[in-house]
Design a protein around this ligand. Structure first.
Ligand code: FES
Length: 312
């Protein structure tokens, strides 16, 4: 099982946002034709499931291409992506799916409402009530279908196709799961004994956190990495290198550096991070992060080529 934690703001580039589940929302229960257990055999529309359904919202990335993604309407929750293998033997998957919301154009929010049989036997922790299926793979190396926001019928049909194509008797499901974001305490040490504390939630971008708190992140006199004769920041695009911080504690709470950040921190101490490329509480890990700002202003120029402070 592979897990990837996605922060709430993962879909900020969405072209349109469509509030998908707004109470009172429609609830449709439909019987499974072949693969799945029927909803009438024990789906439980308990309050927990209803609460989760109301937290999902649908982001439309590209309407023409039919590209959708789920996100959380509740900032206290983030989305985790889980991949899991399930035996699709004679007893079927052992899942009850319930369409918690639907739209006239065939989109829906289909959630796991009960886990029995093969799904429960294979790995009880792999699938949770409240998960929604966003991808189906046949394990034949060929058939992969994205089923994000498919309605009940289309989801079941895709699972049926994967089952038909499976060569080893199993299929892989990609699931979106809402999980509560863990708290991260961010301590900003100014080096003179004063520490400012920000209470954050796992998955937040470090630079956006500074913006939210209206903290002075950039050293105005710092020379840009990409434009050596200019100052000023790039607005979080990961090309200027003026948003650096020094991590004093809690490096294990942060995401690995991407290629942009590797480039702009090349030759700098490994504890330096570009805040615009840094996620606190990566993979929903909570804890304490301690940092200092403007590390480039503390180094002599010869030790800090490229990104260097113009501080006298
Ligand atoms: S703001 Fe430019 S690299 Fe971070």
């Amino acid at each position: 099982m592979m897990r990837i934690f996605l922060p709430t703001l993962v879909a900020i580039w969405a072209v349109h946002a469509f509030a998908f589940v707004t109470p009172p929302y429609p609830v449709f229960l439909q019987a499974s034709p072949t693969v799945l257990r029927t909803a009438s055999q024990g789906a439980t529309l308990d309050q927990h499931l209803m609460d989760l359904a109301q937290k999902f919202k649908l982001e439309i990335f590209d309407l023409d291409e039919g590209l959708f993604g789920f996100d959380s309407k509740d900032n206290r929750y983030g989305l985790e992506v889980v991949h899991t293998n399930i035996d699709v033997g004679n007893d079927g998957l052992g899942l009850v799916l319930t369409e918690m919301a639907g739209s006239p154009d065939g989109r829906g929010l289909v959630m796991v409402s009960k886990i029995t049989g093969n799904a429960a036997k294979a790995n009880p922790q792999a699938i949770h009530v409240g998960d929604t299926i966003t991808g189906v793979m046949a394990n034949d190396g060929v058939l992969k279908e994205r089923v994000t926001a498919f309605n009940y019928d289309k989801t079941v049909e895709a699972i049926g196709r994967a089952k038909e194509s499976s060569t080893d008797g199993t299929i892989t499901l990609e699931l979106n799961r809402l999980i509560k974001r863990l708290p991260v305490r961010v301590e900003i040490d100014d080096g003179s004994g004063h520490v400012q504390v920000i209470e954050a939630l796992a998955g937040e971008n470090l630079r956006r956190m500074f913006m939210r708190k209206q903290l002075k992140l950039y050293d105005e006199r710092t020379r840009r990495f990409d434009q050596p004769f200019n100052t000023g920041n790039c607005g979080g695009d990961g090309v200027c290198g003026t948003c650096l911080v020094n991590v004093l504690q809690g490096m294990d709470l942060l995401n690995p550096k991407d290629s942009h950040e590797v480039f702009i921190t090349k030759g700098r101490p490994p504890s330096w991070r570009a805040s615009c490329r840094t996620t606190v509480g990566f993979n929903n890990v909570g804890g304490t992060l301690r940092i200092s700002l403007h590390p480039q202003s503390e180094l002599p120029e010869e030790l800090s080529p490229g990104v260097k402070s113009l501080k006298p």
